[in-house]
Design a protein around this ligand. Structure first.
Ligand code: AR6
Length: 176
């Protein structure tokens, strides 16, 4: 059984409300805002976020970039770009895992001890929710086994159904 699993929390609610060192944004390659969680984060952080994002020259799928949190309770926002689901044969799983790994690298480099992730790619980008939850929990746990920062990761789900899929993914990992 993995010790890192004890540093994972599953929460249902709005990620913009969380008082953590960093929240992760499920952005698009422009980094200039959009719908879903991205729109909610930009609205809650305020216009200054977009000004900083304009300086970043976008972001590749599977990569991540960090900004300040502005009006959010969170100190930082880590913007990552998940893959659009195209049936599974376009390296979607590798790219989604890379979003989690790169976000955790940036979190560690910026001393973010508490980090909250949304369910990247499971909205507008249509990644199957159960598979996305398995990749999220599996990848984050694997990285946390090797690193002490972040100390805690919260998977912030927008609804109870998504939270249940995360609980199932954690249970499957605990069984080993
Ligand atoms: N807090 C937590 N989770 C949320 C919130 C919130 N406030 N709002 C939505 N979710 P999506 P994607 C959940 O579509 O699939 C944007 O337009 C939602 O229920 O936000 O990666 C970007 O600009 C779902 O489970 O992101 C991109 O163009 C999850 O967040 C594109 O959408 C992700 O849904 C990215 O698509």
């Amino acid at each position: 059984m993995s010790k890192a699993l004890d540093r994972i929390r599953i929460h249902t609610g709005d990620i913009t409300k969380l008082d953590v060192d960093a929240i992760v944004n499920a952005a698009n390659t422009s980094l200039l805002g959009g719908g879903g969680v991205d729109g909610a984060i930009h609205r809650a952080a305020g216009r200054e976020l977009e000004f900083e994002c304009r300086m970043l020259n976008g972001c590749k799928v599977g990569d991540a970039k960090i900004t300040k949190g502005y009006k959010l309770p969170a100190r930082h926002i880590i913007h990552t770009v998940g893959p659009v689901w195209q049936g599974g044969g376009r390296s979607e799983a590798e790219l989604l895992a890379s979003c989690y790994r790169r976000s955790l690298e940036l979190a560690a480099a910026n001393d973010c001890r508490t980090v909250a992730f949304p369910a990247i790619s499971t909205g507008v980008y249509h990644y199957p929710k159960d598979e996305a939850a398995e990749i999220a929990v599996g990848t984050v746990t694997m990285v946390m086994e090797e690193k002490t920062v972040p100390e805690a990761v919260i998977f912030c789900c927008f609804d109870e159904h998504m939270a249940e899929l995360y609980w199932q993914a954690v249970a499957a990992l605990r069984k080993g």
